[in-house]
Design a protein around this ligand. Structure first.
Ligand code: ZN
Length: 424
């Protein structure tokens, strides 16, 4: 489909990446942004009336586990170890692939309806999770979680699953990455093997890193190095690596991360809720780290709504640093759009000619956004996600006038309620 989106306000980035709302027509063709402005001949384009709507780059949730969505509220107010090893993992062990499919669809529904167009998802259900992403129409980087000592022995079946689902589901919207779970569930040998495979197959990598104080201290005990130093020495960190959390950083870690070119995805709500602390954004910024944002799974957040995450992140940093000038609305919005676009080399996160047509349309007459004296402020400090009217991914509407175009909402709600009853 070709669309001429007319009558709305288009949020572009000006010089120095400053936000720049313009009144202009926006043309979409072949899944990409064809033009912003006026086209001499627009006879082929279907008109979309965007009067009263603000069109922004779709938000990117760069770290989550959508299959966990039905676990919302299953393990609140408990320690990290209790949460992971005694609450979440037993449910994961009992879950079926079909359970994961419906739960991942529920997560996609929540994300799409709150303006997210792109996600990075680490999962453990071969084929079922990519199938949910495909059916939802969301753009995703998908990684089957890898654990173990060696890719040729105890890690072999998971790696094979990762390769098989990539062969079956890779598409314009679905990309695949290698996702070793963490340094405490993967051996040094396995991490080296994953790194070699990533280079051999030209794939990106994602890993949870420096999330809890225990992980940090155990790494010092086992290797005499911090988690960042440990991965640096393995040669694991590069521009195609995404590191989730990075709350527990010290000493040289910031410089090493900066020099490596790796991207950091912050999950402030999950970190706070599990008592793991907060990232030192000030130091990250001083060292020029590449920072984006994510929600983590619904079992630790308990929301998949990036408006909520952006708001919390910015306010938390201001409170923590006792400085209202830190983590500005514009910086925070860029983390969820432009910065994320630089991860795994996707042309997303900006509304410019040639970029992928991943767009979120917000109702500017929503009470919380009125009057929008400052767009970034409205999006980060006032919006709650309910203002999202429509969402386009790769030039197709997946959510239009608050209705899903491809997902059977009632069926997903029925199935996930049924699944939750089995386990919770
Ligand atoms: Zn996670």
């Amino acid at each position: 489909m070709k669309y001429k989106i007319t009558g709305g306000t288009i949020l572009q980035m000006g010089a120095n990446a400053a936000l720049c709302p313009v009144q202009a027509d926006l043309y979409v063709a072949d899944g990409k942004i064809a033009h912003v402005g006026t086209l001499a001949d627009d006879t082929d384009y279907e008109t979309v009336d965007a009067k009263g709507l603000l069109v922004i780059p779709g938000l990117a949730n760069m770290h989550t586990h959508a299959y966990m969505s039905f676990m919302r509220g299953c393990a609140d107010d408990v320690s990290f170890d209790e949460w992971l090893f005694r609450r979440v993992m037993p449910i994961e062990d009992a879950m079926t692939g079909e359970d994961a499919y419906w739960s991942a669809l529920l997560g996609c529904m929540e994300m799409i309806s709150t303006g997210t167009t792109r996600i990075t998802d680490m999962h453990m259900f071969k084929g079922d999770v990519p199938r949910a992403m495909r059916d939802a129409g969301i753009r995703a980087n998908i990684g089957r979680g890898l654990v173990g000592d060696d890719l040729t022995t105890d890690g072999a079946s998971r790696f094979r699953e990762a390769m098989e689902e990539m062969a079956e589901y890779k598409s314009d919207l679905l990309d695949f990455i290698l996702a070793p779970h963490a340094i405490y569930t993967c051996s040094e040998r396995l991490l080296r093997q994953v790194n070699d495979k990533a280079h051999e197959l030209s794939l990106g990598k994602e890993i949870h890193l420096a999330e809890s104080r225990k992980e940090y201290e155990d790494c010092i005990k086992a290797h005499g190095k911090s988690p960042v130093e440990y991965l640096t020495e393995l040669g694991f960190l590069d521009e195609r690596t995404l590191l989730a959390h990075c709350v527990q950083l010290d000493g040289e870690d910031y410089r090493l991360l900066s020099e490596s070119g790796a991207h950091v995805v912050l999950n402030p709500v999950s970190n706070a809720k599990l008592g793991n602390g907060a990232p030192n954004y000030l130091k990250m910024n001083q060292h020029g780290l590449r920072i984006c944002i994510g929600t983590d799974g619904a079992a630790s957040n308990n929301s998949q709504n990036l408006f909520h995450e952006m708001n919390y992140f910015s306010l938390l940093q201001k409170a923590q640093c006792r400085d209202p000038k830190i983590a500005t609305a514009q910086e925070t919005l860029r983390m969820a759009t432009m910065n994320a676009g630089k991860v795994f080399g996707k042309k997303t996160g900006l509304i410019e000619e040639g970029y992928l047509a991943d767009l979120t349309f917000l109702d500017m007459n929503a009470l919380a956004l009125t009057p929008a004296n400052d767009i970034a402020s409205a999006l980060v400090y006032s919006a709650n996600g309910s203002e999202v009217d429509s969402v386009m991914v790769g030039g197709n509407f997946v959510y239009r006038k608050k209705e899903f175009t491809a997902i059977d909402r009632e069926r997903v709600l029925y199935e996930t309620a049924r699944i939750a009853k089995k386990y919770l």
